[in-house]
Ligand binder design. Structure first.
Ligand code: FAD
Length: 232
């Protein structure tokens, strides 16, 4: 059934990932002690089996891109879920770090819709959770630029499709019809996008011999959670 409504002091700010990234990036750019190199890709780690001493990078330009080296006392890997550091470290000599992985088989499909948030709907946002008889869920939230973001999700065997007709059909199988009805009467702003890489994974860099000195992995590069937990 529905959660009952009650006064709360908890607030939720919903926005798209590009807006969140932009706000963080602007703050970083203003920091006097941080030098940001835009459109630059890390290609490899420098050093040897005992110590990481820098990074090989290249500019993301359209013309010829000559890689160059940045030397550092400490290299922090913050390249996220797709970090190539285990491969780069293996090239320096130490064994590839062990990884613990628990894959729940969860899949997402997200669609942005046009529309003015709060205009003629009786809710600020909706989350229809899965239950025993309906192993699929969906969340609808308003975001910037008068848009809504709808994410449908399901476990193995109930993956949401990535085409608009398929998404609508999927929403029809939720435990409550409210999001199916809403989506039928609203216009998508862009085609659906799927996300399947939802496994929980932790690299055991702290194990002896897993990483040379001068190297630190942070955030998703070290440990990623199934996004359903909402914990970055
Ligand atoms: C679908 C989904 C929903 C989520 N929902 C939530 C939520 O509700 N709440 C929450 O707290 N967390 C959520 N998370 C998790 C959260 O997004 C991550 O934990 C967080 O973004 C990790 O931050 P990070 O800085 O470690 O990595 P990222 O945010 O992934 O940043 C890594 C950056 O490194 C760049 N990069 C990668 N490789 C290179 C390279 N070789 N050279 C240069 N740059 C590179 C990437 O372009 C990217 O900008 C969600 C994740 C997903 C996938």
């Amino acid at each position: 059934g529905w959660q009952y409504r009650f006064p709360t002091t908890m607030h939720l700010l919903s926005c798209t990932r590009p807006l969140l990234d932009w706000v963080v990036r602007e703050r970083v750019r203003k920091h006097p002690r941080i030098h940001l190199m835009e459109r630059t890709t890390a290609l490899a780690l420098l050093g040897d089996a005992t110590r990481v001493s820098g990074v090989r990078v290249s500019a993301r330009a359209s013309g010829p891109r000559e890689p160059y080296d940045l030397h550092a006392a400490l290299v922090v890997d913050a390249t996220g879920r797709s970090s190539a550091a285990p491969k780069w470290l293996a090239a320096l000599g130490p064994a590839t770090p062990l990884a613990e992985c628990v894959d729940p088989g969860l899949s997402y499909t997200t669609v942005q819709y046009k529309g003015a948030p709060g205009s003629d709907v009786p809710f600020l946002g909706v989350h229809i959770r899965p239950d025993r008889d309906h192993p699929r869920g969906a969340v609808l939230l308003p975001v910037e630029a008068d848009r809504w973001i709808l994410t449908a999700y399901g476990m193995r065997g109930h993956q949401p499709p990535t085409d608009q007709a398929g998404v609508l059909h999927f929403l029809g199988g939720l435990a409550d019809p409210v999001l199916h009805e809403w989506a039928r009467h609203n216009e998508p702003a862009a085609p659906p996008r799927g996300f399947r890489n939802t496994a929980n994974r932790r690299y055991l860099y702290e194990r002896a011999g897993a990483a040379p000195s001068g190297f630190l992995a942070v955030g998703d590069a070290c440990c990623t959670f199934n996004p359903i937990h909402g914990h970055g």
